[in-house]
Design a protein. Structure first.
Length: 303
């Protein structure tokens, strides 16, 4: 089977490389010529256009799309449509909102093209260690792609699964990422507390290493904490600004719509938003209010 991969960023290139190592023919395309050249250097056959990529594939074609969530996915799908036919399969392995996935599946179904959504986790490590794959789609399409999933996962029999109909894969990945937010926030707060207790002069690097073995809270994320602290225990070169890619927001919105209490997921998202408040206007207003009603002193900015 030859698989087309559209989007050759870090994750897309990792998927293409892992499939190539597993013996699949892989043709890649990216509008960024530099990424195409890098993929070619790493053994991925490069196409100059979506039309050329589709032409390299034998029906039923399999095209794995790995581009940022949002309009970029729709642009790729519209670009592929003239070059695909009934029975072909398009996989969206990015972090699309599941509601967009449902809409896109209907759009492709009208042309006889099957759509499979795969929540993909593993980051930059996935190309070597394997990816966690949360698969949504009809059973026939998933069965056809089974060899692909077995090759991409950490092992053929684990790390991937068909979780439900189309849309389910991206829904499960959305919740996965929201849980990730909560776990990361817990580690961040715990290590901040360790560091703040100055009188004990705790070595946070040592604590991280201790916790990695035998502890109830050991995890891969903790391994990454330990790795980062070994490199720079004070994190002196890192700005206290945390991005989010959207899934946490979607999960919190979904919880509200379902009238489900999810305080940890919600607060972990809010903490990320707070990290970006470099102006601190709300905090300054709080300080002024305390002064107004209670005569409390206000700290002044340094000139």
């Amino acid at each position: 089977m030859r698989v087309g991969v559209v989007g050759l960023g870090r994750m897309g290139l990792g998927i293409a490389r892992r499939l190539a190592r597993a013996g699949f023919g892989v043709t890649g395309f990216d509008p960024d010529g530099n990424k195409v050249q890098e993929a070619a250097r790493q053994g991925v056959r490069a196409a100059d256009s979506l039309a050329e990529l589709a032409g390299e594939l034998a029906p039923p074609r399999v095209v794995w799309v790995m581009v940022p969530a949002g309009p970029a996915v729709d642009e790729v799908l519209e670009g592929l449509l003239p070059h695909l036919g009934a029975g072909d399969v398009v996989v969206d392995g990015g972090n699309s909102h599941y509601r967009d996935t449902l809409r896109r599946a209907q759009r492709l179904k009208a042309h006889g093209i099957r759509f499979v959504d795969v929540g993909t986790s593993g980051g930059v490590w996935g190309a070597g260690d394997g990816y966690c794959l949360m698969v949504g789609g009809d059973a026939e399409a998933v069965k056809h792609l089974r060899p692909v999933f077995e090759a991409l996962a950490p092992a053929p029999d684990r790390g991937w699964g068909h979780v439900g109909p189309v849309g389910a894969g991206h829904f499960v990945k959305m919740v996965h990422n929201a849980v990730e937010y909560g776990l990361m926030q817990a580690y961040a707060e715990g290590f901040s507390l360790l560091r703040r207790k100055r009188e004990f002069q705790l070595d946070v690097r040592q604590v991280a290493q201790i916790w990695r073995h035998g502890s109830v809270i050991r995890s891969w994320l903790l391994d990454l904490v330990a790795r980062a602290l070994e490199q720079d225990p004070e994190l002196s070169e890192v700005a206290p600004y945390v991005e989010d890619s959207g899934e946490g927001r979607w999960a919190v919105t979904e919880a509200l719509e379902l009238e489900l209490s999810a305080p940890v997921l919600t607060l972990s998202l809010l903490q990320r938003l707070r990290s970006r408040d470099v102006d601190g206007y709300g905090d300054r207003l709080l300080a002024v209010l305390r002064q107004q009603f209670g005569g409390h002193p206000v700290r002044r900015r340094s000139p």
